[in-house]
Design a protein around this ligand. Structure first.
Ligand SMILES: [Zn+2]
Length: 100
C-alpha cells in the first residue's frame, strides 16, 4: 500500500511539475508531457528492454525497483522522457531526456 501510495503521489507530482513547465512555455495545461519538438502529447510506454545508465544508477542508488521509472515517448519518435517520481528516500524527481 505504501509503495502504491507514493507512486500515486509521484504521478500527482508529475502532473504538478508538468503543469508548471507548460505554464512556463505558455501552453495549456495537459495531462501528459508534450514533445518540445512537435508539441504532440507524449504517451506512457511500458518498461524498456534497455534502460539508460543514468536511470539504472539512480534506481540502484536509492534502492528503487525498476518499475519506479516511467517512460514517455513522443508519438512521432522525437525522444523519450524517463521519469522517476520523488520517493521517501529521494530528494527530488528524476528526469532524463533521451534521443531516439
Ligand atoms: Zn515529437
Amino acid at each position: 500500500m505504501d509503495y502504491v501510495g507514493s507512486l500515486l503521489g509521484g504521478l500527482l507530482l508529475l502532473g504538478v511539475v508538468t503543469d508548471g513547465l507548460l505554464r512556463k512555455v505558455g501552453k495549456k495545461a495537459r495531462k501528459f508531457p508534450c514533445c518540445r519538438t512537435c508539441g504532440m502529447n507524449m504517451y506512457t510506454a511500458g518498461p524498456a528492454k534497455f534502460m539508460p545508465g543514468e536511470v539504472s544508477r539512480y534506481l540502484e542508488q536509492h534502492n528503487l525497483p525498476t518499475q519506479a521509472a516511467c517512460r514517455f515517448i513522443c508519438p512521432n519518435g522525437h525522444y523519450q522522457l524517463w521519469f522517476i517520481p520523488k520517493f521517501g528516500n529521494t530528494e527530488k524527481a528524476f528526469f532524463l531526456k533521451e534521443e531516439l
